[in-house]
Design a protein around this ligand. Structure first.
Ligand code: B4P
Length: 186
């Protein structure tokens, strides 16, 4: 089973992807986690990505598409994967279609986790207190939400057209939302 988790920053993509990974034994691929590891390790990729991430901007498509192309070709993806945070732009979605075709793969479900903006801001500010992520400050959060509206939201229509879209209400406890996701991916 191959799944995409779509949703605004703070919608719960990462939280739910970790749970689904364990329960269904399919691998979570988080572009955010890959980029944060590169930043921490100080690799050339990390040095390039950091400036974009801190501002709440998207890392350039070519960089992220290259990462996903290499990651999806790895053996552990053959049992299924959850794309958490990718694609985030129409160009990324088009590139993903090509990468999947080259690997004789396809997407089964695109789970769109919908959460109102005021709740997103509260969650990310709360995470800032706990984890201290450099992009969880009010300016960056506001920018990430604008970027989501402009660049990522159009993907909802993109996936609606091919019949893969499953809408989930992302308000509620983590367990309730996992339950709602399981209902649509079963
Ligand atoms: P990501 O790591 O994808 O960060 P995110 O969207 O902010 O987080 P996520 O949505 O996973 O957080 P979650 O809901 O789990 O991206 C970070 C940056 O990397 C981007 O801004 C960009 O610069 C770059 N990037 C990543 N992918 C890219 C791409 N494809 N193209 C270009 N650039 C890319 O968690 C949020 C908080 O809510 C947590 O504290 C969690 O505990 C809490 N929470 C979760 N569920 C909850 C619930 N039900 N109730 C209450 N709180 C909940």
């Amino acid at each position: 089973m191959n799944i995409i988790f779509l949703g605004a920053p703070g919608a719960g993509k990462g939280t739910q992807a970790q749970i689904v990974e364990k329960k269904y034994k399919i691998v979570q691929i988080s572009t955010g986690d890959i980029l944060r590891s590169a930043v921490k390790a100080g690799t050339p990729l990390g040095l390039e990505a950091k400036g974009f991430m801190d501002k709440g901007a998207l890392v350039p498509d070519a960089v992220v598409i290259g990462l996903i192309k290499d990651r999806i070709a790895m053996d552990d993806c053959r049992n299924g994967f959850i794309l958490d945070g990718f694609p985030r732009t129409t160009d990324q979605a088009l590139a993903l279609d090509k990468i999947l075709a080259q690997n004789s793969m396809s997407i089964d479900h695109v789970v769109n986790i919908d959460v109102p903006q005021n709740e997103l801001v509260q969650r990310l500010l709360k995470r800032a207190e706990i984890e201290g992520r450099s992009d969880d400050n009010l300016d960056s959060i506001k920018n990430r939400l604008v970027v989501f509206e402009e660049k990522t939201k159009p993907l909802i229509d993109y996936y609606k057209k091919n019949g893969k879209l499953r809408n989930i209400n992302g308000l509620g406890s983590v367990d309730e939302i996992t339950g709602a996701i399981e209902q649509v991916i079963k």
